[in-house]
Design a protein around this ligand. Structure first.
Ligand code: 5AD
Ligand code: SF4
Length: 461
């Protein structure tokens, strides 16, 4: 998941005589997807998105609880919302949604009276009904049920599309219980959407011009969804689903995230080799290089097993690049343990990674472990790890110079005739070309590489 990004899902283009909705999204791509779906749920009852909370009728903060910092941001944002509400005569409604809502519903109501409604991630389909209740001032203000199936069944079928690349949630929740992680508590048990439901959502996206879909799930490769009727099997895994989606005409690129090493089965690996629609880029969190720490984290595999898995995947798809997540300063992590993480990164080589200081999350087993690591030590380790990861990322991008890559053109860039798109390895790619290429996949010869982006020229033919 691209966890540290802060994304505004607010979209301009509001018709007259509608209520103004501002959604602020924190955290991972699943929240980005959920925010888009909340906008879809609210559109039929008269809300359209604006890109500022000032003057909005309804503000939704779609929150993230994965680390302490992410959760604290919500409370400071609520302080700003309180001032805005006062300034605009007190009619603005404020909703806290997402994982902080699920984990700290009662506390939010206590700490931030500005909040009208607290809504967990499985209750978004109830938004119009809940807002109506709150407006009549006798309704329940906290809704944190866990019925994932109902949520997907009752969401509107139509989706508002914003560009040629889209997210599609296929799985939610997690049964792995890594000892550092709140997800099993905030998103609940694993739930996989039925294949037919996913296929019809994908088709609808494609009919609106989408060319690339990223399949989302907290533990996406544990996907086991009800197979289409008449199929000889009851359930399909992620590999089968991807093979099926690859047949949709006009859907040219597929990705999936976030996966767990233990759920990378042979079928899924074979699909990487067989299906050109599946992009040669895989996010596979390792978290730590020391077996002792992996065990304490309850990851369920050793470093050697991870290395073997990577070898198998690379054998199936040699041009595949990997990205990963790392945590430094998990309770009990010694300097030697940490060095194992550095060695693992050196040995495997990642194209891009997210790395974090361990953040003790209330209610998780990790928070109660002895040997909590000093903040200063965590900071120092994170700096060393990030230095190595940044060097690898730059070297990887540099290795693409001179190559011709397929780029999905997403929009215009800053300069005149400048276009912006995504390479197979997700780097933003800048080049010159005509705006009618937006939404198409073009070949770009890479001429320059920075830490996060590439520059190139349109290749002929
Ligand atoms: N502290 C620090 N990082 C965490 N992550 C999850 N929980 C924590 C935590 N308590 C990181 C992991 C995971 C990613 C989504 O966020 O690296 O893969
Ligand atoms: Fe959290 Fe582990 Fe589940 Fe990923 S696999 S969501 S890190 S518990």
């Amino acid at each position: 998941m691209g966890h540290q990004t802060l994304v505004d899902a607010g979209k301009p283009g509001k018709p007259a005589n509608t209520k103004k909705l501002f959604i602020k999204t924190y955290g991972c791509q699943m929240n980005v997807y959920d925010s888009e779906r909340m906008a879809d749920v609210l559109a039929p009852v008269g809300y359209s998105c604006v890109d500022s909370p000032d003057g909005a009728d309804l503000v939704v903060l779609n929150t993230c609880h994965i680390r302490e910092k992410a959760a604290e941001k919500v409370y400071s944002e609520l302080g700003r919302m309180r001032k805005l509400k006062e300034k605009n005569g007190g009619t603005m409604k404020v909703i806290v949604a997402g994982c902080v809502a699920q984990a700290e519903g009662e506390e939010i109501m206590r700490r931030a009276p500005v909040v009208d409604l607290v809504l967990g991630p499985q209750s978004y389909h109830k938004l119009p009904e809940m807002i109506a209740k709150v407006s009549r001032e006798f309704g329940e203000r906290l809704e944190t049920d866990f019925d994932t199936q109902e949520k997907f069944d009752l969401m509107p079928k139509a989706r508002t599309v914003d560009g040629p690349a889209a997210f599609l949630t296929i799985q939610e929740g997690c049964d792995k219980f890594c000892t550092f992680c709140v997800v099993p508590y905030t998103r609940g048990a694993e739930f996989s959407r039925p294949v037919d439901q996913i296929v019809s959502e994908a088709r609808a996206l494609v009919s609106q011009g989408v060319r690339e879909i990223t399949l989302l799930g907290q533990n996406v490769n544990a996907y086991r969804g009800a197979a289409p009727k008449l199929d000889s099997e009851k359930h399909w895994g992620l590999g089968q689903l991807i093979r099926h989606l690859s047949k949709i005409g006009g859907l040219d690129r597929l990705r999936y995230t976030t996966s767990h090493p233990r759920d990378m089965d042979d079928e899924l690996i074979a699909v990487h080799a067989d299906e050109p629609t599946l992009m040669p880029y895989l996010h596979l969190p390792l978290q730590a290089g020391s077996d002792r720490i992996l065990k304490a984290m309850n990851r369920g595999h050793t470093y050697a097993a991870f290395k073997d898995l990577v070898a198998k995947i690379r054998k199936a798809k040699p041009e595949l690049a990997l990205s990963s997540d790392f945590i430094v300063g998990f309770p009990g992590e010694s300097e030697l343990d940490f060095k194992r993480t550095l060695e693992a990164v050196e040995e495997i080589g990642f194209a891009s990674s997210f790395s974090f200081k361990y953040s003790a999350r209330p209610g998780t087993p990790g928070a109660a472990l002895p040997g909590q690591v000093d903040e200063a030590v965590k900071s120092e380790r994170l700096a060393r790890l990030q230095d190595l990861l940044t060097r690898q990322q730059k070297a990887f991008n540099q290795s693409l110079v001179g190559k011709t890559l397929s780029v999905l053109v997403e929009g215009t860039g800053r300069g005149e005739n400048e276009l912006f798109g995504r390479a197979p390895y997700l780097q933003g790619t800048h080049f010159t070309g005509s705006a009618d290429l937006i939404g198409q996949i073009v070949r770009v010869e890479i001429t320059d590489a920075g830490q996060n982006s590439l520059r190139g020229v349109l290749a002929n033919g």
